[in-house]
Write a new protein. Structure first.
Length: 352
């Protein structure tokens, strides 16, 4: 399996002013599945039928995604390509297309659609869609521009195989032949989008290119940096999977994804004097000015004030080094007193 990596790729879901001060070693990952057909034509094709409604599911084995980092990544979109037998390029439109992604431990699809998606299934696209298929004579056809997801789907191959479901009541408004690969038992279909079970199974599977970014990459640019947590509040991502979007997701991003402390303004993994100097040099403390994580906004209200200082010192990591190296987070009382002292000192300097 070859993994195509494109660090220049960007699909911006949310944009806000941010200062890029540091980034984790990460990049966008694109994986073609079923495996082994990223650089060659599939051995069969699936023809579309104009304006035919349907419900279809595809199963992609976890072994197709072994190139993902430990713990998995966020799936943010997918794309397919035209078969070599497609004679000319075509743009296919859908008035409605609902895409759901889920996981199963089975290596074959069950006839009942709901049995395949699992409890963590997520609707990732719901609405109109338009896909342009390019045909290149004598060469492998390129993948289409990918269909971006409304929300990222957290996928870890260690937890099971990936299932993708498409439901459309309008069907395709143009004819296309999709490149596919023989894969018995991995594609279930029904001509009625309201059916609860597959009426027949194909022995071939759509060849898809799956686009992943690191978990926590809120703006989908392939890196983990301060712009991601700055965008978290407006993005509305349920990072910790508790069904709510609140301050707990911010805490999850800081502690679980980045494994760092509140107050780590440069995201180098430590909360130190260097971070304090940087945020006060930014000159936004207790001023009615927009601020990002790198400028002291650690609570997500777009301002740098005493609440941010309290939050940082309550987290208890000041001058303790990397979070992962601390076996137990100490009581924050002394750190809070130190923080209060620094707040008072900054106010005294303002009055002078």
């Amino acid at each position: 399996m070859t993994i195509a990596r494109d660090p220049k790729f960007a699909m911006i879901a949310v944009l806000s002013a941010a200062i890029f001060v540091s980034s984790a070693d990460a990049e966008t990952i694109q994986i073609v599945a079923p495996s082994g057909v990223d650089d060659r034509e599939g051995n069969t094709f699936i023809p579309s039928e104009r304006n035919l409604p349907y419900r279809a599911q595809e199963l992609y084995l976890a072994s197709d995604f072994q190139g993902l980092p430990d713990g998995g990544a966020w799936l943010i979109g997918l794309s397919d390509r035209a078969d070599a037998s497609q004679r000319s390029g075509v743009t296919v439109g859908y008035r409605d297309m609902k895409i759901t992604v889920g996981m199963t431990t089975s290596h074959n699809l069950a006839r009942n659609f709901s049995d395949n998606l699992g409890s963590m299934a997520m609707v990732v696209h719901d609405g109109p869609d338009e896909v342009e298929y390019v045909v290149e004579d004598g060469a492998l056809n390129p993948f289409t521009d990918f269909t971006p997801f409304l929300m990222p789907f957290p996928y870890d191959p260690a937890q099971g195989n990936l299932v993708v479901e498409w439901i459309t009541r309008s069907g395709e408004d143009a004819l296309v032949r999709w490149d596919s690969q023989q894969a018995p038992g991995r594609r279930g279909n029904s001509g009625d989008p309201d059916d609860t079970s597959a009426s027949f199974f194909y022995d071939n599977s759509f060849i898809q290119q799956f686009t992943f970014v690191p978990k926590g990459d809120i703006n989908y640019d392939g890196t983990l940096d301060s712009s991601d947590i700055d965008d978290l509040s407006s993005a509305g991502f349920d990072l910790n999977g508790d069904g709510a979007t609140d301050e707990k997701d911010r805490t999850f991003w800081v502690r679980d994804i980045m494994s760092t402390w509140f107050g780590d303004s440069n995201l180098d993994g430590e909360f130190s004097t260097e971070d304090m100097v940087a945020v006060f040099q930014a000159g936004k403390y207790e001023l009615d000015m927009d601020a990002g994580w790198a400028e002291g906004d650690w609570t997500g209200d777009q301002r740098f004030g005493s609440e941010d200082m309290v939050a940082a010192f309550q987290d208890g990591g000041f001058e303790l080094g990397a979070r992962a190296a601390v076996s137990a987070v100490p009581e924050p009382s002394c750190a809070i007193l130190l923080g209060i002292g620094m707040i008072g000192l900054s106010r005294l300097r303002k009055r002078r």
